[in-house]
Design a protein around this ligand. Structure first.
Ligand code: HEM
Length: 483
């Protein structure tokens, strides 16, 4: 009996060691920590602590363009692979890390545009709404953005010192709700997270980030038959969208259509692809996709400008002559320096915290002489791609908007093709044109109206990198009105 007690733990340990060894052998040619190749607990631990992004960048600096950060997870920082992995030709599909983002309604999984791994469904859904996000279509949302900038400026007017991160997040959330279903959430008016919508979205980003490394365990814990049956009330945001949807007749036409109106039209043309649940899902995807991402980029851009006074002066010089409040998008859309500043800020501060993962299709793939079997997850981490010195130069680690103003057309093409701030390919950010309009208009309005300074001149821009999308922490600034 005593010997059985000794043998059992030994046998168990031998089994675990064998399993870890088999895991590691699977992709042993790809360099990376042995622990990362043996168990996904390594990447889960790094992500949980908000360190995976930096850990992968460090691995690339040490080992080159191909590194391993999980049992089946490879990060590649060579821009040549972007079109292979994210284009439609090679047949890569969305990885299992997206499974943990799938919502549950009435005991059923309801994949959204972002979380669905069914590529045919994704393509059909995306096609049905794509017309609502073209550069021309987004001009319909300019009045929503204007109204929200007006509220933002009114709120800032009342303060000498304020938390820029919260103020801008309230702006992006209210603007997104307004151009989605015609009404702000009321965050700016209340100066808070009305209805807990911001927290709800962050909870989802947290869940996605923390469980992305362990989708099998996530399924066991959160998607077992008992957990699935637990009633989940719709969020306040979904409830608001649903009541808006119910109050609109399918035939009503608005002078300035919002996304809901356009989705209703799309649903009329394509009822099987976009039904009522699909419309609510799309509205939730757009509001969730528009809040923290856009806020992080706006705050990161303003922060960089405060840290780089000569660059700030150049933006201000470009804005001279524009109306002091609320310049039209047609006035700011083509300002070359403002454009370069935002692009550079997204290069230095991309919002993805782990690689945008895709699965190698049947037959495997060979990249840079290394073979990866089917089922390997290959992803590009925007931060690693953006630090590629062969593309962005030896000063890739610093904020220098001038790099985007180079007269060298080939160099510019290469830098554009490597920029992954909005991802790339079939699942490139659907809202990128709305985001650019919102960012350019609000940054111009703030810089035209105020002189901002960091409350703590040595204060750093602090973000939480453990969710799937980087989330801002407080950044206090003081303001003086310019007029
Ligand atoms: C600066 C702001 C933004 C950034 C940096 C950003 C970034 C991204 C990235 C990296 C993805 C790909 C995610 C993945 O595949 O894992 C994405 C997808 C998406 N974004 Fe954005 N986004 C921004 C603003 C917006 C806005 C304003 C909207 C809505 C109006 C939006 C809606 C979406 C949607 C719906 C998708 C899913 C597209 C698909 O799967 O086909 N985003 N975004």
């Amino acid at each position: 009996m005593a010997s059985a007690y000794a043998v059992l733990p030994l046998a168990l340990s031998a089994l675990i060691c064998a399993r870890l060894l088999i895991n590691w052998l699977r992709l042993r040619k790809a360099p990376g920590p042995v622990l990362a190749g043996s168990t996904d607990l390594w990447r889960a631990y790094q992500q949980y602590n908000g360190r995976l992004r930096n850990a992968i960048c460090d691995l690339h600096a040490l080992h080159g363009p191909i590194v391993r950060y999980g049992v089946r997870s490879i990060s590649i920082s060579d821009p040549e692979v972007i079109s292979v992995v994210y284009g439609s030709r090679a047949g890569f599909t969305t990885a299992h890390s997206y499974d943990v983002l799938i919502g549950i309604q009435n005991g059923k999984e309801v994949p959204s545009l972002v979380s669905t791994r069914d590529e045919a469904r994704h393509a059909a859904l995306r096609r049905s709404v794509a017309n609502s996000f073209t550069p021309t279509a987004v001009l319909d949302y300019e009045s929503s953005i204007d109204a929200t900038i007006g509220e933002l400026l009114a709120a800032v007017d009342k303060k000498a010192t304020f938390d820029l991160s919260s103020m801008i997040l309230w702006y992006t959330m209210d603007a997104a709700a307004r151009f989605s279903f015609g009404e702000p959430l009321g965050c700016l008016a209340a100066e808070g997270d009305v209805g807990g919508s911001i927290q709800l979205i962050r909870d989802r980003f947290n869940h996605w980030g923390r469980w992305s490394s362990l989708p099998v365990f996530e399924r066991l814990i959160y998607r077992n038959p008992i957990a699935m049956r637990l009633k989940r009330a719709p969020s306040s945001m979904a409830a608001a969208a649903l009541s808006k949807l119910k109050s609109r007749s399918l035939t009503s036409i608005q002078a300035q259509p919002d996304l809901l109106q356009k989705f209703l039209n799309a649903s009329r043309d394509n009822p099987r692809v976009l039904d009522t649940h699909g419309i609510i899902g799309m509205l939730m995807s757009t509001i969730s996709g528009a809040g923290d991402t856009t806020a992080t980029t706006i705050v990161a851009t303003l922060y960089q400008l405060l840290q780089h006074p000569p660059e700030l002066e150049k933006v201000e010089a470009e804005l001279v002559g524009l109306p002091e409040v609320l310049p039209a998008f047609s006035d700011v859309s083509k300002l070359p320096y403002l454009n370069a500043v935002i692009k550079e800020s997204m290069r230095v501060f991309p919002s993805s915290t782990f690689p945008i993962e895709r699965l190698v299709p049947q037959g495997g793939v060979t990249i840079a002489g290394m073979h990866f079997p089917a089922g390997t997850s290959i992803g590009c981490l925007p931060s690693a791609m953006h630090r590629n010195t062969k593309i962005y130069g030896e000063d890739a680690h610093i904020f220098r908007p001038e790099r985007w103003l180079t007269p060298d057309k080939e160099q510019l093409r290469l830098m554009e093709a490597t920029h992954m701030g909005f991802s790339r390919g079939r699942r490139v950010c659907l809202g990128q044109h709305v985001a650019m309009m919102s960012m350019k208009k609000v940054i111009a309005s703030i810089l035209l109206k105020y002189k901002l300074s960091l409350l703590d001149p040595n204060g750093m821009l602090d973000l939480d990198f453990s969710p799937a999308v980087a989330c801002l922490k407080s950044l206090y600034v003081t303001k003086q009105a310019k007029y």
